[in-house]
Design a protein around this ligand. Sequence first.
Ligand code: DQA
Length: 149
Amino acid sequence: MKILFLNGPNLNLLGSREPEVYGRLSLAEIEAEVRKRAAERGVEVEFAQSNSEGVLVDLIQQARGRFDVIVFNPAGYTHTSVALRDAIAACGIPAIEIHLSNIHAREPFRRESLIAPVCCGQVLGFGAGSYVLGLEAAIMVAGHNRAGN
Ligand code: DQA
């Protein structure tokens, strides 16, 4: 089983970016924790990050046939990107949307996700824990897919 963790704009700045909202761990530190847990669970993970919407669309298209599940933090594009929503819908790979912060407890413009309706579900509000829980959700979703239910 292979899981792609895809990260949108400004998540390369985690650790120094608004730590009171997003925590003090860098994306590399979060990746290391997820890799450790993935190894324990016997699954493969790959991490990618881009600040560019088009690059994220390319990465989703290229994931076809290579990954069983996408765990996606679309960051600011969550609230604006029809192109990323269409890419997830088109790729046929089950996706889980994740966020470090609880987007429903923040500014009103963050409450809407254009991506959520084409995902299996969301994990949000647990800081770096959202990535760990996203891994568990991905394993569950891939298992369900294989079992055909
Ligand atoms: C975020 C929430 C988004 O609203 C914001 O634009 C981000 C990070 C999160 O993980 O909490 O960049 O996706």
